[in-house]
Write a protein that binds this ligand. Structure first.
Ligand SMILES: Cc1cc2nc3c(=O)[nH]c(=O)nc-3n(C[C@H](O)[C@H](O)[C@H](O)COP(=O)(O)OP(=O)(O)OC[C@H]3O[C@@H](n4cnc5c(N)ncnc54)[C@H](O)[C@@H]3O)c2cc1C
Length: 400
């Protein structure tokens, strides 16, 4: 039987940050993970360069049943706190659009930094360890009894940092959600987020020919809207604007008739432009005009679907508006998402009402903490998910 003050399950972003902070306070910390390497998701993040935070971190970039929950932790460990750690390790980084911060070299720099910090504060990390059971214990100060494939442990504080359900190849599991249920904690239903959306069979036949086309678009859904690139694939729509809106999209609402509204080239007013062009190039086929602004393959496809094949002077203003709407008020009903296999995050998770926003400790079970993506806090694309992992890990690290 091994005893420690703090046992953390999950040796990745949130778990390692929590371990470092607890280690700094002189707590004896053991981190267990079933994977053979620590920080596997960090390694593949940001196309291998890890978008580790963002200059504009605030609650408006997060989804949660309780939009205020994340504020406390985010305010106590901010992007510049993480940047100062990155600076200590001389890790080169750069800013990309929308305030996103990436490593210059590779995500491995972030993993090595976290592992060195763990070493500095005498945190023990044991990988390749399957957790078989967790039960309460009442032996002295030790509240939890953990049985694993590699031994038995007792700890005072137990931290669950097992992440979401996305990308099982990287070690994802529903362990945290099952444990929450074991302790009678409410879990907000989960769904894949930051994920491509797929065509229905009908749409697939019409639109799969668009595969490979990328252009700027604004997509609106519910109260949300994002403006970035859309990418048409052979399965559906992807690209940053689609990943962002996908975290809000729900199949049930789609089946009730709610559509995504897509505006291609959002900063360009197509109807007005068509009216101007009509005056100048009366006899030109309208699809040739459209092809001056939109990719030819896209124009051919939409014109064929909507039977737009006449010279521009043969349409009146109302008809030109309808033609423009096919490109700029495109109502789109995805059939589903490409699922957890490719999703970057999991929306939903342990209900924040079960946790203290200050410490991440559960209100019902003293000594039990949940941090990172397993909690019902999901960030937009752009480094927000890692910032949540660092901030929630830091918050718990001060109290475990
Ligand atoms: C392809 C991809 C790219 C991404 N890029 C970015 C990005 O650039 N910027 C950004 O902010 N976010 C990005 N994300 C999201 C980000 O990786 C996660 O939000 C973040 O890693 C969550 O940290 P976490 O510590 O909560 O969980 P994770 O990083 O998922 O770590 C969970 C850990 O728990 C372990 N574990 C799980 N189940 C068990 C179990 N049963 N027993 C023992 N151990 C277990 C896992 O092996 C893993 O080590 C990306 C995600 C993906 C999939």
């Amino acid at each position: 039987m091994i005893h420690c003050d703090v046992l953390i399950i999950g040796a990745s972003a949130s778990g390692l940050m929590c371990a470092i902070e607890a280690g700094k306070r002189g707590r004896s910390v053991l981190v267990l993970d079933h994977a053979v390497k620590a920080g596997k998701k960090i390694r593949i993040s940001g196309g291998g360069r890890c978008n580790f935070t963002n200059y504009d971190v605030n609650a408006s970039h997060y989804l949660s049943e309780n939009k205020h929950f994340c504020k406390s932790a985010l305010s106590r460990y901010q992007y510049y706190d993480f940047l100062s750690l990155v600076a200590e390790y001389d890790i080169p980084w750069h800013e990309r659009e929308h305030g996103q911060l990436f490593c210059d070299r590779s995500a491995n720099d972030i993993i090595q930094m976290l592992l060195k910090e763990c070493q500095k504060y005498l945190v023990k990390i044991q990988l390749d360890t399957k957790i078989n059971s967790i039960k309460n214990s009442n032996v002295g100060p030790f509240k939890f009894n953990i049985i694993s494939s590699r031994g038995q442990y007792q700890c005072q504080s137990l931290v669950i940092a097992t992440g979401g359900l996305s990308v099982t190849k990287m070690g994802a599991s529903d362990f945290g959600l099952r444990l929450a249920k074991q302790y009678g904690l409410k879990v907000i239903p989960t769904r894949p987020g930051l994920v491509p959306l797929s065509y229905s069979t009908k749409d697939s036949n019409k639109f799969k020919q668009l595969s490979g086309i990328a252009l700027e678009a604004e997509i609106k859904y519910d109260e949300q809207s994002f403006k970035e690139n859309i990418l048409f694939t052979h399965k559906g729509i992807s690209g940053p604007v689609v990943l962002q809106i996908s975290s809000y999209w729900q199949v049930e609402k789609s089946r009730m008739g709610q559509s995504l509204k897509i505006k291609l080239l959002p900063d360009f007013e197509l109807h007005e432009w068509l009216l101007e062009q009509q005056a100048r190039h009366e006899k030109v086929l309208i699809k040739n005009l459209l092809a001056r602004k939109f990719p030819r393959r896209l124009v051919n496809c939409l014109c064929q679907i909507h039977s737009i094949d006449k010279p521009v002077n043969q349409y009146d203003s109302k008809e030109l508006k309808l033609i423009a709407d096919n490109f700029q008020d495109w109502h789109f009903w995805p059939d589903g998402t490409e699922g957890y296999r490719v999703a970057e995050v999991t929306v939903g998770g342990v209900d924040t009402n079960e946790l203290s926003s200050k410490t991440m400790q559960t209100k019902k079970v003293e000594g039990l903490f949940f941090i990172g993506e397993v909690v019902d806090v999901t960030g937009h694309l752009g480094g927000y998910n890692f910032q949540w992992a660092w901030s929630s890990g830091y918050a718990a690290g001060q109290y475990v």
